[in-house]
Design a protein around this ligand. Structure first.
Ligand code: PMP
Length: 358
């Protein structure tokens, strides 16, 4: 039997294993930070109608520049943004890949502050870019002065800031982003995949876009928008940044059906984002409950909670799984992450953890 090792694969990929959270068929799935609420029957009908309409032209390529969708995304974000400042792709993972293809690559470097989203270093590596970990503080914050010193020392071509951060839930003050933007010689990417879950008073980096052509803010419809299956990520930046991404994107990367589904979801945003308040309340209740149980819990502005610390976190993860609840073994040693589900799902999680802890 031929194995991967027998193939003339790139040296830097040799020995690596594929990234991905386990996709297991268990009753309660709280491991990939999805929104637990499925689309309503009315939204499903509208999606089906849009797909039917799009299907009639599937012999033709889609709008290569996805202009209508980008206009809808600009309208959603506000901040005076226009379609020319928006770009969309198949999930924000593809957005991140395009950014690194355009601004990273051989002989270049990207810096992030771990623990953070693990795909940042992975896509960095896959694009032949060198990864530099700036590391977060004990409380998962980014120390401004230390970050600036590191950036001045390493002069990375791309800096990733994730706010709210995955897997810790930590939001970054705008002041820290501004200081890093002033110090960084290259592009600064603020990954705001979880922005809609942030509590009031946690402003988006979108407000920093005017006058900052090296700033990119990335978003996704996979989380608060409850459209993970659609695969639609996007970014807002200076129009010159979009010109750069046009050089690396594959022609017709965003299918007719994806564009149509995303536009229907945006038209239904009130309904879809209507679940955010309930998820925030469930998150805060989960944090309180875990703390009452005597556990360490990271403050969260997202739709998940990082808690610990367990001498053998894998055993705890497995024990919870045996009770029908799938959470995520991720983050620093000893910690586990639970995504926020429905009230019933969180009750099942609490019961499972209670059972494990005794
Ligand atoms: N950024 C962060 C911080 C994430 O946590 C995720 C998903 N886990 C993504 C980006 C990618 O999401 P998607 O490709 O579904 O848009």
């Amino acid at each position: 039997m031929t194995t991967l090792d027998d193939l003339p694969i790139r040296d830097d990929l040799r020995g690596k294993t594929a990234y991905g959270a386990p996709q297991l068929d268990v009753p309660v799935q709280l491991n990939t930070n999805e929104n637990p609420y499925p689309p309503s029957p009315g939204l499903v009908d509208d999606l089906a109608r849009a797909v039917r309409h799009g299907a009639a032209t599937l012999n033709r390529y889609p709008d290569r520049d996805a202009l209508d969708l980008r206009k809808d995304l600009a309208d959603y974000l506000g901040h005076g943004l226009t379609a020319g400042q928006l770009w969309a792709a198949n999930g924000s993972n593809e957005i991140i890949q395009q950014i690194l293809q355009a601004f990273g690559g051989s002989g270049r470097s990207a810096m992030g502050f771990e623990p953070s989203y693990s795909m940042h270093p992975i896509i960095t590596g896959v694009t032949g870019t060198r990864w530099i970990d700036g590391a977060r503080e004990e409380d998962f914050a980014i120390d401004e002065a230390r970050a600036v010193a590191l950036i001045e020392e390493h002069r990375p071509d791309v800096v990733f800031l994730t706010s709210p951060n995955n897997p810790t839930g930590t939001a970054l003050p705008l002041g820290v982003i501004e200081r890093i933007l002033a110090a960084a010689p290259g592009m600064v990417v603020v990954d705001e995949a979880y922005a809609e879950f942030a509590r009031a008073g946690t402003p988006s980096a979108l407000s920093l876009l005017p006058g900052n052509p090296r700033l990119i803010v990335t978003r996704t419809m996979s989380k608060a928008f409850a459209m993970a299956g659609t695969r639609l990520g996007y970014l807002a930046a200076d129009p010159a940044v979009i010109d750069a991404l046009l050089l690396v994107r594959l022609p017709y990367h965003l299918s007719t059906l994806t564009q149509a589904a995303a536009r229907v979801a945006l038209a239904h945003r009130e309904e879809l984002l209507g679940t955010v308040d309930a998820l925030r309340a469930e998150r805060d209740a989960t944090v309180d409950w875990l703390r009452q149980r005597g556990l360490s819990v990271a403050d969260s502005d997202a739709n998940f909670v990082l808690f610990g610390k367990f001498p053998d976190r894998h055993a705890v993860w497995e024990d919870i799984l045996d009770r029908g609840v799938l959470i995520r073994e991720t983050g620093p040693a000893g910690w586990l992450r639970v995504s926020i589900g429905t009230g019933d799902e969180m009750a099942a999680f609490r019961a499972a953890l209670e059972g494990v802890l005794g």
